[in-house]
Design a binder for this molecule. Structure first.
Ligand SMILES: O=C[C@H](O)[C@H](O)[C@H](O)COP(=O)(O)O
Length: 252
C-alpha cells in the first residue's frame, strides 16, 4: 500500500529546513514500521508535539486508515487524530496498543528519553508503556552525544499534584537538582502551566544524567509526583532523526 503514497523524495521541501527534518523522520518512521497491510483493526498511539504532527499526517494518508483506532496522549494529539480523519479511541477502551509514534526532547545513546517539553508526559508514558512497539521521531537537535541533560538544558519535566509542588521542589534539591522551578505559562497564561490532567509541572535540572533509571526511580518515590519525563528501561524501540541535509538516521 505504501506504493500508492507519494514518497518523501517526491515532496517539495518545506520552507523551514527544520520542519523538513521533522517531516522526513516522521514519514520514514511510519513508512518503515506501520503495519500497512493490516486488514483488521489496528490500535495506534499518537503522541504530542511538533514532530508527531507529520506522523499523524502520514498515517492519515494511508488508504486503509478506516481500520485504525488512534489513542491520543492529550488534547493536541486528539485534535491531530480528528483533523487527519482518523478514528479516535480511548486508552480505557484499548489498554493494549500495537504501535505508538511520539517525539522527544532528548535521546541518549541507549535510547533513554527526556519528554514533556510540551507538558504531555503522563499520558505519553501511559500510551508508550502500553504499546508493543514505541517509535520516536525527532530532528537532529535532539540527539545527545552520550547522556541525557546535554542537548536538553531545560531540566527533567516532572508532573506533580498541585498542592505538593513546594514539598516536591525541596525534595528535588535534596536529590541533587541544581535548579527546580514550577513551569509558568509566560505571556500565554499568568501563573503555572496546568497539564491535561490538571496538574503542575516542575522542570528540574540535574546536569548530565549518567543513570536515568535511578534518577527516575528516586523522583517517582517522592510524595506528590505523578510521573517523570524520563522514559527509560527500554521503553523506546527505535528512533528516527531528520538530519539537516534532508536525510534521516536511525537508532535502536
Ligand atoms: O510534552 C511534549 C512531548 O513530550 C513532545 O513529544 C516533546 O516535547 C517533543 O516535541 P517536539 O516534537 O515539538 O520537539
Amino acid at each position: 500500500m505504501t506504493s500508492k503514497l507519494k514518497q518523501i523524495h517526491e515532496l517539495p521541501p518545506l520552507s523551514d529546513p527544520l520542519e523538513s527534518a521533522k517531516r522526513v523522520a516522521a514519514y520514514k518512521a511510519v513508512d518503515e514500521n506501520f503495519p500497512h497491510e493490516a486488514t483488521g483493526e489496528v490500535v495506534v498511539g499518537i503522541g504530542s508535539g511538533s514532530t508527531v504532527v507529520y506522523a499523524a499526517e502520514r498515517i492519515g494518508q494511508l488508504p486503509n486508515k478506516a481500520n485504525f483506532v488512534c489513542i491520543p496522549t492529550g488534547f493536541q494529539s486528539q485534535q491531530l487524530i480528528i483533523d487527519n480523519g482518523m478514528k479516535l479511541g480511548r486508552i480505557e477502551q484499548y489498554p493494549e496498543i500495537e504501535i505508538a509514534f511520539d517525539g522527544a526532547d532528548e535521546v541518549d545513546y541507549q535510547l533513554n528519553l527526556i519528554k514533556g517539553g510540551g507538558a504531555c508526559l503522563f499520558q505519553e508514558k501511559l500510551v508508550a508503556s502500553s504499546s508493543k512497539k514505541f517509535i520516536v521521531v525527532a530532528d537532529f537537535r535532539k540527539k545527545s552525544p552520550k547522556h541525557l541533560g546535554v542537548a536538553w538544558k531545560k531540566g527533567v519535566p516532572i508532573e506533580v499534584v498541585p498542592v505538593s509542588y513546594a514539598r516536591v521542589l525541596k525534595d528535588l534539591y535534596k536529590l541533587g537538582a541544581v535548579k527546580a522551578i514550577v513551569r509558568q505559562g509566560g505571556s500565554a497564561k499568568a501563573g503555572p502551566v496546568v497539564t491535561d490532567n490538571n496538574n503542575f509541572l516542575i522542570d528540574a535540572d540535574f546536569g548530565e544524567i549518567s543513570n536515568p533509571q535511578k534518577l527516575h526511580n528516586d523522583i517517582k518515590g517522592l510524595v506528590g509526583v505523578v510521573e517523570t519525563g524520563l522514559f527509560v528501561n527500554g521503553i523506546a524501540n527505535k528512533a528516527y532523526f531528520g538530519e539537516s541535509n534532508g536525510e534521516f538516521t536511525t537508532q535502536e
